[in-house]
Design a protein around this ligand. Structure first.
Ligand code: HEM
Length: 494
């Protein structure tokens, strides 16, 4: 075991503990041990039931929607003991925007046992520094293209291979696509070169951030195993890249986040806290926050589109218009005038924007992250100057739910109506304030390419029965089967 693996990820006695001689068997001890084990089993079963219930509530949102609607009418900022529940968009934005007054580190830390990562940093200056460093290796123009190409290529291959007009959009499309993003863009190869293992690991890693499983349960043990394997692999990958850079072979390395960060470290002049362990922790963080989240977002969004045949048809027309506009752009020759170029680029941007409205609106009915949580370290006030102002005591936990905010009629008039004309700035799928989603550019491009690939399929619909519903492992989807008309596909493919 490498010394860089955090203690919290290792099962068994803590480091430094000496092996004690095995105790002599005595009937009382055996009896006590059996009782203790029985008690532990009962306690674990109780915690697992609560974990399954929380995962259900987090995935099937009818209960939360109902509860938020009632609370918004009765008491928009409701306080139940130490739990504060917000139901208005402006209050949710206020809490997410007050970085120092509403902290995240302690809430999220149990879900990130591989070590400190952006989300566990509650010191605003340090958070800004670390976020800035990560941002500095992102290429604003080139990276979205890399992501789009990786996802579009993977989707095309997967759809061509889909037999009998059926595709499991989680296992056969979205998971392979995000594993490709991990390999091509993050620079994190599939665990042990096994894409299925990697898919399971991404589910486990994201799962423990969203709903923490009980210590000692199977999902907890699986996620620890995957984290140890990922840590080992990353340390090896970083060492290989480091030695290639040291031997001036950087040009032969693939251009990805791992290479860029290692090169930055090698170049020197960087802060003391930025070291190899930081690269390992942050790449693990990106794998945990940036892969199964995209799978969950895409499947929940597609689920809501196929539930609305009219909206689905309109989205299919927009996807076809975007395909046409991009094909036109590719056909432009060097003799094309600047005016023509600009007009085609505007057409592409307009079609993309129109389709984004459908993606955001569909996702509003089943957001990827329906709940966000904050701790309140000091007594404070929320919604000051309004009729709903409340004092929040030190030690309170605040539920600032995007799901509640995006059904607030003040921000979304007639919230139960599917309306793809709403302004994109109204949505808070990607959070707000300094902790807004770092990977939004990855998520938006991946979601767009995946949904386009599916919308091209004629007769797209959900499969009948349970297969045609999203099935979850904890909070992470593992299956969602769609059907389409295979016979006519050849004529519509790009
Ligand atoms: C549909 C996909 C995604 C959605 C809906 C989403 C949503 C969010 C939200 C709501 C937050 C704020 C959390 C909070 O305030 O507590 C967040 C933070 C974050 N997201 Fe995403 N995310 C997605 C995909 C991604 C991807 C692809 C990556 C990485 C490439 C990523 C990386 C992060 C990181 C690092 C943070 C923490 C930012 C910070 O603390 O400064 N996310 N995301």
């Amino acid at each position: 075991m490498s010394t860089n693996v955090p203690d919290s990820m290792i099962e068994g006695p803590p480091r430094g503990a000496t092996a004690a001689a095995p105790p002599r068997r005595q009937w009382q001890a055996t009896d006590g041990g059996a009782l203790t084990r029985l008690w532990q089993k009962i306690s674990l079963a109780r915690q697992m039931a609560s974990y399954r219930f929380s995962s259900y509530i987090f995935c099937h949102l009818w209960f939360l929607k109902l509860a938020f609607t009632v609370l918004r009418r009765v008491r928009p900022i409701s306080i139940f003991g130490k739990l504060v529940v917000l139901t208005k968009m402006s209050d949710v934005r206020e809490v997410l925007g007050r970085f120092d007054d509403f902290t995240l580190g302690e809430v999220i830390e149990p879900g990130m046992p591989w070590g400190a990562f952006l989300m566990t940093v509650d010191w605003s200056e340090q958070h800004a520094r670390e976020r800035g460093l990560l941002q500095s290796v992102v290429k604003r123009e080139a990276d979205p293209q890399i992501i789009r190409k990786a996802v579009a290529d993977e989707c095309r291959e997967r759809i061509a291979a889909a037999a009998n007009g059926r595709i499991d959009m989680v296992a056969e499309l979205a998971e392979p696509a995000v594993i490709r993003i991990a390999a091509d863009y993050f620079g994190v190869a599939p665990l042990k070169n096994d894409k299925r293992r990697m898919a399971r690991a991404t589910r486990n890693l994201a799962g423990i951030i969203m709903v923490n499983p009980p210590v000692g349960s199977k999902p907890w043990i699986d996620s620890r195993d995957d984290m140890v394997a990922l840590t080992q692999q990353l340390l090896e990958q970083i060492a290989v890249v480091k030695s290639a850079i040291g031997a001036s072979h950087q040009n032969e390395l693939p251009d990805n986040l791992l290479t860029r960060l290692t090169a930055l470290l090698h170049a020197g002049g960087t802060p003391k806290w930025f070291d190899e362990d930081w690269i390992r922790r942050y790449l693990t963080g990106l794998v945990a926050t940036g892969l199964a989240t995209v799978v969950r977002g895409t499947s929940q969004m597609v689920d809501q589109l196929v539930a609305r045949p009219d909206a689905l048809k309109e989205a299919q027309l927009l996807a076809a218009a975007l395909d046409d506009a991009e094909a036109h752009e590719r056909r432009l020759t060097s003799s094309a005038s600047e005016i023509e170029r600009r007009s085609v680029a505007e057409r592409v941007a307009r079609s993309r924007n129109a389709l984004t409205h459908y993606i955001y609106e569909a996702l509003r009915f089943r957001p990827m992250l329906p709940l966000l949580v904050r701790d309140c370290p000091r007594e404070t006030i929320i919604a000051n100057g309004t009729g709903r102002v409340r004092i929040v005591l030190a030690g309170a936990r605040v539920l600032a739910a995007p799901l509640a905010a995006m059904f607030d009629p003040d921000a979304f008039p007639q919230p139960w109506r599917f309306d793809p004309q709403r302004p994109l700035e109204s949505y808070i799928h990607f959070g707000d304030g300094e902790r807004r989603c770092f990977g939004r550019y990855v998520a938006e491009n991946a979601l767009m390419e995946m949904v386009r690939a599916l919308l091209r399929l004629p007769g797209l619909a959900r499969a009948s029965g349970a297969e045609g519903q999203i099935r979850y492992e904890g909070p992470a989807p593992y299956s969602f089967v769609l059907t389409f008309n295979k016979q006519t596909i050849g004529t519509r493919e790009r």
